[in-house]
Design a protein around this ligand. Structure first.
Ligand code: AMP
Ligand code: MG
Length: 399
């Protein structure tokens, strides 16, 4: 009687991601000046060093006065300009000319905008009543001294940058950008723009993966290419591993006679975390680690490389930066039937229709890179028999 080898089931997307994220050690944070902080992930909470604004000031160009009724005629006693406050006190019967953002002078508790007054020599006539606080921005109206205004793990965008500076900061503790090397493999690859000879293709994965890495907050420190030869593959990978926190490889990871990536990585001391995922496209994905370095052996097919970057490399890059690695999943309803794969969960590139339902962008072959054009999300169509019917709800991963 013959025996059947028991092949363990391939890990799902979630299982693979968990295995990977368990191996991630966040990069030690560094102090960066606010001028260099855009796009980095904060490694500390930021509290306001003082009230923002630091002083009560005017929301309008006009006149600072004591609150009171309409029709008053007041002597213009001076001016409070942005950056140059009025040093006196506004007395009964007085007004002080004031600019937007200028400090509200002592004695005044309201501002009437210039459109609502008449100036007559050194006097001003108020056409409206001024209630206490009219057109006054209170001290601390934006940020209160001591309040936490940004939390560790936040990616610093333009607004975060402005708030941090307003809160008094000139430097921030943040994760450095992970240093990423991208290496493509394959005898058939030629540089963009090169006239193609029979059997050749342009290396689209190299620049595309580098762009994805940059968009995920990484610094791409180099790109390399290895022909399908074990020694050439070893030289290029060894050099990339010298410098990089993360090595992203495309192609050469399968089991063909010209696939040399896996044995070379093992030889260079990279430990296998995972080989193959119950996923389409992207089944032949190899994930590894060497100490704190991460290695992504992504399939060469362009859609597979792109999808597996999004599913695995992107959250890992987030985790390296101390950001939340949880993928923000949403859901939507399929507008059409979608064929299912019996054994693997499929990441279908979908566009969102005006009614919120989603439909595949077009043919979904792993070589059809144009299926990513106009894609709003990856719909995860669970493995199974037949079709997943129109009207079914699917989980969406961001692209
Ligand atoms: P491989 O994983 O090396 O077997 O490659 C699978 C498929 O992806 C083959 O059709 C390759 O020609 C293609 N491919 C591999 N690397 C790249 C690349 N850098 N850019 C575009 N296509 C690629
Ligand atoms: Mg190849």
């Amino acid at each position: 009687m013959g025996t059947m080898a028991r092949v363990p089931p391939l890990p799902s997307i979630d299982e693979a991601r968990q295995t990977l994220l368990r191996a991630v050690r966040p990069l030690p944070p560094v102090n960066v000046s606010v001028g260099d902080a855009l796009g980095l992930v904060l490694a500390e909470d930021v509290t306001a060093a003082h009230d923002v604004p630091g002083f009560a000031n005017s929301a309008m160009d006009g006149f600072a006065v004591r609150s009171g009724e309409a029709g008053r005629r007041l002597r213009i006693a001076g001016e409070s300009r942005a950056g140059t406050p009025y040093t006196g006190t506004v007395l009964e019967g007085e007004a002080v000319r004031i600019s937007t953002g200028a400090a509200l002078p002592a004695g005044a508790d309201g501002v009437l905008q210039v459109e609502l007054v008449d100036v007559d020599g050194d006097a001003v006539v108020l056409h409206e009543e001024v209630a206490p606080g009219r057109n006054v921005r209170d001290a601390g109206g934006d940020l209160r001294a001591g309040a936490t205004v940004l939390s560790a793990g936040t990616r610093i965008g333009p607004a975060e940058l402005g708030v941090a500076i307003g809160a008094g900061r000139m430097a921030l503790l943040a994760a450095p950008r992970p240093r990423v090397a991208v290496v493509t493999t394959g005898d058939e690859l030629v540089e963009p723009g090169t006239r193609l000879r029979p059997g050749q293709i342009h290396d689209s994965n190299g620049p595309t993966l580098a762009a994805l890495a940059a968009r995920a907050g990484a610094e791409v420190i180099g790109r390399g290419h290895a022909v399908d030869d074990p020694e050439a593959t070893r030289v290029v990978i060894e050099q990339a591993l010298d410098e990089a926190d993360v090595l992203i490889l495309s192609g050469g990871v399968s089991v063909g006679p010209h696939d040399h990536v896996k044995p070379v990585l093992l030889e260079l001391g990279v430990r296998e975390l995972l080989w193959r995922v119950a996923l389409r496209p992207g089944k032949p994905t190899w994930l590894g680690a060497r100490d704190d370095q991460l290695v992504f052996g992504l399939p060469g097919n362009p859609v597979s490389a792109y999808v597996t970057f999004l599913l695995f490399a992107r959250p890992a890059l987030n985790a390296l930066q101390g950001a939340d690695a949880t993928v923000p999943r949403t859901s939507a309803v399929l507008a059409v039937d979608v064929e299912r794969h019996p054994g693997r969960d499929e990441c279908v590139r979908v566009r969102r229709l005006a009614d919120g339902r989603v439909e595949p962008t077009g043919p979904q072959g792993s070589h059809v890179l144009s299926s990513l054009l106009g894609a709003d999300a990856l719909a995860i169509v669970p493995r199974g028999e037949g079709v997943l019917a129109a009207g079914s709800e699917v989980v969406l991963e961001p692209v």
